[in-house]
Design a binder for this molecule. Structure first.
Ligand code: HEM
Length: 152
């Protein structure tokens, strides 16, 4: 949406609030709570850039890249963007398979999981994502490990 349309809408919204109860703090940022991780990461463009870099890192990573030899990479990237966007509070719907059905039978081991997380962290560092946001994101992905790793 164009910025001036947003400003116009905000003005109309505040006007209605003033009529109802007075705009004051009700319309300010103070009452809106902390920004979602999605917003703090920089929204969909930033998440897309991190996923591109991350998948590029995986492709160069001799520890795990053969795993993705027959994978439709653009489709995988799309699913990863939607998954991260949705998990961090963004306006996306993840339409891929659940983590257990996706990875079942791949016999993925612990070291491979660690390798993939390292490739993600490297991508986050490339874009200078702060430690707090990195930890929050990894905290959302960590619980998926038990559905993905089959070999300790
Ligand atoms: C937190 C860690 C991980 C997450 C969030 C994740 C997420 C995903 C997602 C969203 C997909 C696409 C699902 C779909 O197409 O419906 C996928 C596919 C895939 N994942 Fe993972 N994954 C993780 C770890 C791993 C690891 C450690 C490996 C192996 C080293 C791996 C190997 C694969 C492969 C090979 C595919 C593609 C399967 C195909 O070609 O159909 N994943 N993953």
């Amino acid at each position: 949406m164009k910025w001036y349309v947003q400003v116009l809408r905000m003005g109309v919204f505040c006007g209605l609030l003033i009529l109802a109860a007075g705009c004051g703090t009700a319309g300010s940022m103070r009452d809106q709570g902390p920004a979602s991780l999605y917003d703090r990461l920089g929204g969909k463009p930033a998440i897309t850039a991190v996923v591109d870099e991350f998948v590029g890192n995986v492709a160069k990573d001799g520890r795990i890249n053969e795993r993705f030899a027959t994978t439709d990479i653009p489709k995988l990237k799309g699913h990863l963007v939607d998954q991260v966007c949705s998990a961090t509070g963004g306006p996306c719907t993840y339409t891929g398979r659940d983590m257990k059905s996706t990875h079942v039978g791949m016999r993925i081991n612990n070291a491979e999981f660690t390798a993939l997380v390292e490739d993600l962290v490297a991508a986050l560092n490339t874009f200078k994502v702060p430690a707090k946001e990195q930890q929050e994101l990894l905290g959302l992905l960590g619980p998926m490990k038990s559905d993905i790793v089959e070999i300790p």
